[in-house]
Design a protein. Structure first.
Length: 245
């Protein structure tokens, strides 16, 4: 959701190509009933040039990224940019994440069928939809009322019945449905929230950006092993802050 990949802030050549294809073809094809095929091609190009090219290779993750209609999760005025290599504004001061970051966080969480995953920071609902293509249940929390409402409506309209959206403080997690196989946090925390650690299964994974607000943060992969947390630093990122009441 709320991410800017530090070394991909500028529009590069593959992204221009995707955007130009959409701009040139959408108007002609949508009216003829071929618009969905245009977006399918744009997703495939996105996966090849932005995701596989950066060594995200998990089969389930790639399949989900190819399937979820990202253009349905951006504002109407941003549809031609939906498959670009950058985050996009979605209102309320928030963004939908760069596709690569969504794919990377998904792969790091190692989702698989039969799992229950918690997402902190619903945003547009895109990350939740990608996870829902893989696991049995996704529980996602959004603290901004308008975003929680619109994401819930969007996900229901798109047919996602295995996602529950809650308006609330994600710092506190969702204890009623814990423990979770994995937790993804899509906003930056200055420290790892203890309530989320408590709600993670033994052996479970957490993917979370950690660092100071509006500074360069580190995307962390945490594994819970009994009472111990094993952490691994992944890449530098810049997220909007995790809001905690």
């Amino acid at each position: 959701m709320k991410i800017l990949k530090l070394w991909h802030e500028k529009l590069h050549l593959p992204t221009r190509r995707i955007r130009n294809v959409l701009l040139a073809v959408i108007a002609a094809n949508v009216s003829l009933g071929h618009g969905q095929d245009v977006f399918t091609k744009a997703r495939e190009q996105m996966v090849q040039e932005q995701i596989i090219a950066r060594d995200v290779n998990d089969t389930a993750t790639l399949r989900a990224m190819r399937k979820v209609p990202r253009h349905q999760f951006v504002p109407p005025g941003q549809i031609e940019n939906a498959y670009g290599d950058f985050p996009l504004p979605i209102g309320e001061g928030q963004t939908i994440s760069q596709p690569y970051i969504v794919a990377l966080m998904t792969e790091l969480a190692k989702p698989r069928k039969g799992q229950r995953i918690l997402e902190v920071g619903t945003g547009s609902g895109y990350q939740a939809a990608v996870l829902a293509e893989i696991v049995d249940s996704v529980f996602t929390i959004e603290i901004v009322p308008e975003l929680a409402r619109s994401a819930g409506d969007r996900l229901r309209r798109l047919g996602y019945r295995n996602i529950l959206v809650r308006l609330g403080d994600g710092y506190l997690g969702w204890p009623e449905h814990a423990p979770f196989d994995a937790i993804l946090v899509t906003a930056a925390a200055e420290h790892v929230p203890q309530p989320l650690v408590d709600q993670l299964k033994d052996g479970g994974l957490m993917v979370i950006p950690v660092g100071e607000v509006w500074a360069i943060q580190t995307l962390m992969l945490l594994r819970k092993q009994g009472k111990k947390i094993v952490s691994e630093e992944k890449i530098p990122v810049r997220f909007v802050p995790l809001i905690h009441k």
